[in-house]
Design a protein around this ligand. Structure first.
Ligand SMILES: Nc1ncnc2c1ncn2[C@@H]1O[C@H](COP(=O)(O)OP(=O)(O)O)[C@@H](O)[C@H]1O
Ligand SMILES: [Mg+2]
Length: 325
């Protein structure tokens, strides 16, 4: 399989709804390009509000992209052109690309049994082979995420946060996806539980030969887990390369800032959260120049007016920064 995004943009129109303001947009994603190859784990990292979730939702077409191109080619070679997809193909696509949400407590219906949670969406997919088969498959999947058959009759509130995230993963695996999107799947969990879930994802990746889009605000988690990483800032990818190359070279000033926030593990989240509130550019401003301009110590005049694009600075390692050209 392969997924390709080319210069994808998403501008939310604020004209409609509660906060209607004529002609106002939220510039959430401003020209993102990357691809995910077969069996690859690709990471998107960046602080809260930089557009990661919006990218994920564009890939499963929960939102329609405003500009650019997205296409997905499955393992049989069938191409899904997301610029122009009908409902039938969209259903198929959403079985092949599964999206796991951040918050395991809210994404599972508390009134359903785990069997219903696992199978309710699956029931309407082309892979459905009846109740008996579904129960067998559910048991098998549940066991592969470290739970057991007797858990099928229990309800989400009987489980801890980590176990609920295992259930979300099991639910996603049931339609035999080719790409799994994990959006901050460990962010709401305790550190000790985080590593268990990450290890589970490593196992699952090997066992089911799945590609992953792994989204997190935490660079250590992403670099531990992914083959390649895209570092996002202000709706753009500012650095893209192999985990190894990015960890070693940290070329973009923003990547350096992300790393410099790491040493104090305990305060890391607070540091990033604080910087977000103070310095993130207002996303309702039309993006001009480099999104990182305000926070950058080495900026030049051109950075204010011209949006930098990704350029290959090291082999297979791309950076969008006028100052490194
Ligand atoms: N449905 C929406 N309508 C308007 N603005 C949105 C919507 N979804 C996200 N945004 C805005 O887009 C920006 C990116 O959000 P998001 O993709 O959730 O970032 P991240 O996942 O990196 O935290 C934020 O400024 C957010 O407020
Ligand atoms: Mg998000």
């Amino acid at each position: 399989m392969s997924l390709v995004l080319k210069d994808v943009k998403k501008h939310f129109n604020l004209e409609a709804g509660l906060f209607a303001r004529y002609g106002k947009f939220v510039y959430a994603v401003n020209g993102v390009s990357f691809d995910i190859k077969n069996n690859e784990a690709f990471g998107l990292v960046g602080e809260s509000g930089c557009g990661k979730t919006t990218v994920a939702r564009l890939i499963v077409q929960m939102y329609k992209h405003s500009f650019g191109h997205i296409s997905f080619t499955d393992k049989n070679g069938t191409v899904f052109d997301l610029d122009n997809i009908d409902n039938k193909n969209l259903k198929l696509l959403r079985n092949k690309i599964r999206y796991i949400f951040q918050d395991p407590a809210r994404s599972l219906n508390p009134r359903m049994t785990i069997l219903d949670v696992l199978t309710s969406g699956y029931k309407y997919s082309p892979f459905w082979k009846g109740n008996k088969k579904a129960k067998e498959e559910s048991t098998e999947i549940l066991e592969s995420v470290g739970l057991s058959e007797k858990d099928l009759e229990r309800r989400p509130q009987d489980f801890s946060g980590g176990q609920r995230q295992r259930i979300s993963i099991a639910r996603a695996l049931l339609t035999k996806p080719e790409l799994l999107i994990c959006d901050e799947v460990v962010s709401a969990l305790d550190v000790s539980i985080q590593s268990q879930i990450l290890n589970l994802l490593v196992e699952i990746r090997k066992k089911y030969q799945i590609s992953l889009l792994f989204i997190a605000h935490d660079l250590t988690v992403v670099s531990y887990f992914c083959d390649r990483i895209g570092v996002m800032y202000g709706g753009q990818i500012v650095e893209l390369g192999s985990s190894k190359s990015i960890t070693e070279k940290k070329l973009h000033p923003y990547t350096q800032l992300l790393y410099s926030s790491i040493p104090d593990i305990k305060n890391r989240k607070e540091i990033l959260a604080e910087k977000t509130i103070i310095e993130m550019p207002a996303p309702t401003q039309k993006p001009e120049g480099c999104p990182f301009y305000n926070r950058c110590k080495i900026h030049k005049e051109i950075c204010l007016t011209k949006q930098p694009i990704l350029k290959e600075i090291e082999p297979e390692h791309f950076v969008a920064c006028h100052c490194l050209e």
